[in-house]
Design a protein around this ligand. Sequence first.
Ligand code: 13P
Ligand code: SF4
Length: 327
Amino acid sequence: MLFEKEVERVGYLSRSVPEGIDLAKEILRLKKEKNAVILAHYYVHPDIQKLADHIGDSLALAQVSKRTESDIIVFCGVHFMAETAKILNPSKKVLLPDLHAGCSLADSADEDAFRAFKNQHPHAVVVSYINCTAKVKAMSDYICTSSNAVDVVNAIPADKEIIFAPDENLGKYVQKMTGRKMHIWEGACIVHVNISMDKLNGLLVKYPDAELIAHPECLTEVLDKAHFIGSTKALLEYVQRSTASTFIVATEAGILFKMREAVPHKKIIPAPALESNTCACSECPYMKMNTLEKLYNALHYELPEIKLDEEIMVGARKALDNMLAIS
Ligand code: 13P
Ligand code: SF4
């Protein structure tokens, strides 16, 4: 795999950081010295969120990437997010602290299989969730995120057939909200589908006044019970405006840090994962590959860098711009 070769070539992952340094201080120093901006998704560790210039959901971070004037973008998130930043602002150097930080949704749709799926529906407009590779983006007409998927699909003329990929649960949710019948790719987020409905039911009995709020990547059975469904940013905004004082949050546990900061007087309960007996939280193993040490090394060595084929970037940018024009 290309990433592995690159990691091997660079060999930087095995480099430790200098002993005794104040990592947070050094990261901020390097960031200033190199005119870099640090972007962090809500799912990364709070220690990284604290150092970031911008924290957001995938739509907000794509919008920031497009307009930043910094020379370097350090993307503390996952691979498809850093690729998106590079596509939207190709003259910038885009760094991802760990090139292995992937995503089960992006992995579910490889280029060849996706082309074959498209060929089965040659007249369909292709809407791809931003959680996909740059190659799949380049084969799409529109990109969407969990913030704007319903708006993007609603913007497509009613007489058009639609392919929606790669998240089946988001696809089913959008189908329900728009009334559009779509050809949906069967990919899933390993974190959101691992939230246990049985354990959620137990929590809803224990906290009868709590509101269940959920990310649309969750299973339909979870979404059907939710008081509110939205992207990570929308969930964060919801706990601030709702009059409820207790929330059960069905998404990745990284968002809890910002939620508790925003509403310290409210009770925020993470949705339990199927298999967990110890920590009740649902954590994305890819997002958690971002560490302060790797962030320091990324800034210090200016590696690993996201590199993309120009032709793929042009196609993917068109689909991303079609989304941004609607958002
Ligand atoms: P958001 O669009 O809410 O940031 O979601 C991205 C993601 O990867 C959720 O698992
Ligand atoms: Fe991908 Fe799920 Fe992790 Fe989001 S939480 S990056 S969808 S694996």
